[in-house]
Design a binder for this molecule. Sequence first.
Ligand SMILES: Nc1nc2c(ncn2[C@@H]2O[C@H](COP(=O)(O)OP(=O)(O)OP(=O)(O)O)[C@@H](O)[C@H]2O)c(=O)[nH]1
Ligand SMILES: [Mg+2]
Ligand SMILES: [Zn+2]
Length: 308
Amino acid sequence: MRATILHGINNIYAVAHNGKHYDCVIKGKQLKGTGRSYAPLAPGDEVALELQSSGFSQITERIERRNEFSRWNTKGKAVQTLAANVDLVVCVCSPESPPFRPRFVDRVQVTCGIENIPLLVVLNKNDQGVSPEIRNRLRVYKKTNCAVLECSVLTGRGVEKIAKYIAGRRCVFCGQSGVGKTSIINSILPEANLAVGSISAKYNRGRHVTRYGILLDNPKGGWIVDTPGIRELEIVEIEPADLSFYFPEMAHYREQCAVSGCTHDHEPGCAVFEAVRAGKIHEDRFESYLRILESLTNREQLYGSPQR
Ligand SMILES: Nc1nc2c(ncn2[C@@H]2O[C@H](COP(=O)(O)OP(=O)(O)OP(=O)(O)O)[C@@H](O)[C@H]2O)c(=O)[nH]1
Ligand SMILES: [Mg+2]
Ligand SMILES: [Zn+2]
């Protein structure tokens, strides 16, 4: 029978089938349909199951994924899937504590672009005040086909809009530790009652309260995956010359560059660079682009060759 992975801890997976939950292990050494990766299964994966009359049921196969939201796990030196088969990625950020990091959001947008998954950017904690710079930077996402919503779990404002937006969709929440991913999920699904943590006064960031990805059914349809906070999102699986595809505001200009296969960082007659100079592309977005480009160019040294 088919089931959906809810979470996995120490090689024991919780799965759901028709609203019932089962604890399972993988049958055999290597699961059919998975290659080399950080973990063979992620929340949202569909699997084939052999029910056992006693003890753990067995997972015999991973059904082919429709898509995956993944990142490079630096410690494990492997691709780590945070959620599989998703309709929407929700990237949560906050203005002040922890500080807004547009470069992180840019990387999430590129990752979503590669997998062709829609992105919703949520600015939580707007009770802390939102500077014009942040609003200006958020406008870029709206212009590049991402949805942007603001909320505050503290005051409750804006949360209902997010609940409406994600109803009926299979979505994964991601972001730095402490931005309020779990807090938002708790207000949308009060029965979830997940643990939330305080912000470290010394470092102005979260304490990595959520320890593993967990899938929760949404009574309004679809599901929500909560994930542990991540500090960095490394992108490894594209060629440097293709990166500008994933910055939609560059699309129009990249075709006008003098050099074919232009990487827009040094080539003469670069139309993207001209557009940045003329103020048509946000300077800070271009800076993000250059940093990701650099990490892609140096990835062999930084990560070793990507493995699946
Ligand atoms: N001021 C303010 N604080 C909030 C808001 N939402 C959440 N918090 C606080 O932010 C802290 C972190 O919230 P969490 O929900 O644990 O954050 P998280 O993103 O799940 O963090 P990790 O699980 O560590 O990745 C908690 O102390 C929350 O009470 C908000 O809208 N305004
Ligand atoms: Mg959390
Ligand atoms: Zn160029």
